[in-house]
Design a protein around this ligand. Sequence first.
Ligand code: GRF
Length: 199
Amino acid sequence: TRLAILISGRGSNMAALVYASRADDCPYEPVLVTGNKPDAPGLYLAEAEGVATARLDGKSAAFWDDLDKALRDHEVEMIALAGFMRIIPDQFIARWTGQIVNIHPSLLPKYKGIGTHKAAIEAGDTVTGATVHLVIPELDSGEILGQVEVAIMHGDTPDTLADRVLIAEHQLYPQVLSRYLGRKSDPEWLLDKVRSLAL
Ligand code: GRF
């Protein structure tokens, strides 16, 4: 599966997806790294790893059309958001239904949007984590594909917690994406889908 990874910043989750793709049995191939920040540090990292990039200007009125074109030019089949900090217009999501996944640093449905670690600490939670989910128009609300739990320790700040959750994200994202893409040919998964039609 030809994968595009969309970033806005440092791109450590992007790097984790790229490194994991080098395993022989990985069902996806990163063919494009792009996003809304033409000078995002992660774009340099992607280039150093030999993955094509497109430096698009998120402030341009044509941004979403430019992005769509870049994705089609690279014959992208699946899009992974990895620290992509723009709300995606419904119309764009509709064009790529079921083909966009995101990683979010909380145990969804808890703490949608930004500020997840601060919210979890302030709520007195002892466990938080990260979630990989399908992207639908409603923010951070699509089908959950996989989660990992991370303990909140006494004395954690949003920054120390973010660091610990990030390490878990790097393992979770490639694992869940590979399982999601791989399972399309998995007879058990197909049977489940057929059963869920409840005919
Ligand atoms: C990650 O914590 C991701 O879950 C959140 O933004 C952060 C991106 O980090 N949405 P990176 O750019 O992948 O290093």
